[in-house]
Each structure stands twice: as C-alpha cells, then as structure tokens.
Design a protein. Structure first.
Length: 408
C-alpha cells in the first residue's frame, strides 16, 4: 500500500479488512473465528452506514407510560416517606417496538418495547432538570453458559464460558441537551453519537404521569445518509383567503417591516438567496373569464450591516406598487434547488400536501383570514412525527404555495 493510500485509509477512519485464509493443515483457535466474525460484521456496518446511513427506520415512538395502582394515593391521607419516594416514579414513558441503525452501522432492534422510569434512568446529578431526552443505544451481552471441554493453557478460565452473544439495546435518559450531528458526510468522519435520541420531554414532574403533549419526537433523526434542510414554517396560511389590505400587509407593499417569511430547519447560505430564487405571480380573478397573469416585483429584505454567512429564515417583500383586486390568486414560488445549506446541498423544498405550518410568531395575520380548505385526514406526515415540513426525501425541487384575495 502506498503512502497516499495509507493516508486515505486514515482519513476514512476504517480498519483494514482482513479475512481468514484457509489452508491444509491449518490450526485455528477461538481468536481466529472471532476475527472472522468481526470481518463480516464490519463489512455489514460499513455497507449500512456508507450506502444507507443511520437513524430511526420505523417505530420507536415515545408514549406516556402506563399508570400503576399506587399512582393515586388515597385522598386526605398524609404521605409517608416511602409513599413520597414512590411518587417520584410516576413519570414513566413507553418506547414502542421498532428498528433503528446507529452511527456505527449497528442495527438496534427493539422487540416488544419497554417502559422507562425517568427518575431511575436519570443520573443523580441530573434529576433537578425539567427537560429530559430519551433515547436507545446498541448493546451486547453474553448468554448461554457452556462448560468448556478443554482449558486454555495460557490463561486461567472458569468452569463455564458464555457461548453466545446477544445483540440487544439499552435506554439512555439525560437532562443535558445532546449535541447535534453537524457532519456533512456521516460515512467517513468519526462519530461520537452512539445514542439514537427519540424524544424530548418538557416540564417533567417526576411525581406526576407524563402528559402526551409534553413529548416532542421531532428530535429523532430519520434514517438516511444526510439530514436534509427543509422548510419548517411560513408566515401565511396556504390556501387561505385574505382581504386586499391583509394581503398588502403580508407582502410588505406599504411597510418595510412586512414581507413573506420562510423559515428553515437549519441555516442556509445567504449568498444563495439571489434574485429569481423567489417569485410572486398574480393570477387575476373576478367574475367572468380571466387569464391574465403578472409578476410582482420583490427583493430579499436583509440589513446591509448583516455579516452572517448563514440564516435560518428570510423575508421577501414587494418592491413595486401593483395593486391586487378581488378574486386574485397570489402564487409564491421558492426555487429551493438553488438554496444551499451548510453542506452546499439544496434544500428539500417539495411542499407535500400544502401542509407546511404557520410560523407561531405570525399568527396575527391569520386571525381574520377565512378558514382554509379541508385537506383530509392526514394530520401527521408519513413518518408519524409532526409537525409537517417540506421535503420528499429527494432534495431540491420547488416550493409552491398560494393564497386568495377578496375585496372585503
């Protein structure tokens, strides 16, 4: 192997792959067969993390744990020390069965699920927190004790050895926010993320059962090589009807602090927000036949003294004085294939089902808007984890949305 090839292997951070070479008269020991197993296991892990990635494949939802008989002590009776200690164990959650792959390529198979006592699972120095994170981690354990026929001549051995290794999983609970995996390439670079985090639980009271609305599972990583940047919110309601004045305020026609706001799940490069990336098209309506369309002039609103290389949202406002009229439809197009994230990958912007939610800080604009059209019963995306975002897994594409305008 040349020096250059050695350096590449070091950068790739993978051990050399050596398989057992059989020959006549060869004597093999336990170490040889263990190394042969490790060769095949490393090949599988390498193929998994480099070709497919890591994250939650299916299942592994976090739900409020089941109640027990002692969760509700008799009313009017003074609690004893033992009852007070038992009360700390009412905060329980249940992890449903499922499959995940960790960052090393190990498959984490959770059969039957399990109930987690948050108080017991937390480290003693982290029990004063009000927010906890729950995850699972790949583990192994030796099983099936077997008596050895021959003793090892080079070491002391017990009467029995475990003959099998069972691949299992363990629960991890922490009160410290886990660091995000910010690697652009999750295959070659080393990784310290051994735990697959499944949920964040806010406002934890260890003496009370966990409420479902306090469990947030959007912290989990979907299975894949890369975690795409997506659109997580906009400041208008897709498909709604606004009055002319409301539409003007939304577009920033008369006020410089107005404009359309688009928010991303992670930072995007500000130098990729170029003219032409966002386009506002007005399709004229009203009574009778209408076919006229025109493009509304606009620009990104950003402070001249803003030195940031990345931004997690942008504001695009109207810069011309065209007026809207009753029956118009305003079509908003964001060419997300041209918006690049920190790893210079395009934003996954497909507006699946028109369900990207309203940014919470912009609810005033929706208070007087008419009710949005009914979209069916898909309250959650296919992953089962809300809220909805843009993205179909392919990356790039075009984000499209619209709203309607009426006179009053």
């Amino acid at each position: 192997m040349t020096e250059t090839e050695t350096e590449r292997c070091a950068e790739f951070d993978a051990p050399p792959l050596r398989r057992l070479r059989y020959f006549h008269g060869q004597m093999l020991g336990a170490r040889d067969f263990q190394r042969e197993q490790e060769y095949h296991r490393e090949k599988l892990r390498l193929r998994m993390r480099c070709l497919l990635g890591y994250g939650v494949v299916c299942g592994l939802f976090v739900e409020p744990g089941p109640r027990e008989d002692d969760d509700c002590p008799p009313a009017g009776e003074e609690a004893t020390d033992g009852e007070t200690e038992r009360a700390r164990h009412r905060a329980r959650v249940r992890i449903t069965p499922g499959l995940a792959v960790d960052a090393d390529g190990n498959e984490v198979v959770v059969r039957g699920g399990g109930v987690v006592d948050l108080w017991k699972a937390l480290a003693p120095d982290e029990r004063d927190t009000g927010t906890v994170w729950v995850g699972v981690q790949y583990a192994e354990r030796a099983v099936e004790a077997t008596r050895a026929v021959y003793d090892d001549a080079c070491a002391d051995t017990s009467d029995c050895e475990y003959g099998w290794t069972e691949e299992c999983w363990s629960v991890r609970v922490t009160g410290c926010e886990p660091p995000a995996d910010e690697r652009c390439d999750t295959c070659c670079s080393p990784c310290g993320h051994k735990v697959l985090w499944l949920a964040r639980i806010d406002c934890v009271d260890f003496r009370e059962p966990v409420r479902e609305d306090r469990i947030h599972m959007n912290v989990r990583r979907p299975f894949g090589r890369h975690l795409p940047t997506v659109i997580t919110g906009v400041n208008w309601i897709h498909g709604h009807t606004y009055t002319v004045d409301e539409a003007k305020a939304l577009l920033g026609t008369q006020h410089e602090d107005g404009g359309l706001v688009v928010r991303f799940s992670a930072g995007v490069r500000t130098d990729s927000l170029q003219p032409g990336v966002v386009e506002i098209q007005v399709i004229e309506g009203g009574s009778g036949r209408n076919a006229s369309t025109w493009y509304m002039g606009g620009a990104f609103a950003r402070p001249d003294d803003d030195p940031c290389e990345f931004t997690e949202e942008f504001r695009y406002r109207q810069t011309t004085r065209e007026t809207l009229q009753d029956g118009d439809r305003v079509l908003i197009t964001v060419r997300t294939a041209f918006v690049l994230d920190r790893c210079c990958r395009p934003v996954d912007g497909t507006h699946v089902g028109g369900r990207v939610p309203l940014i919470p800080s912009h609810t005033d604009a929706a208070d007087t808007a008419e009710t949005a059209p009914t979209r069916g019963g898909c309250d959650l995306p296919p992953s089962g984890i809300g809220p909805w975002t843009s993205g179909s897994g392919g990356g790039g594409d075009v984000f499209e949305s619209w709203f309607f305008v009426k006179e009053r």
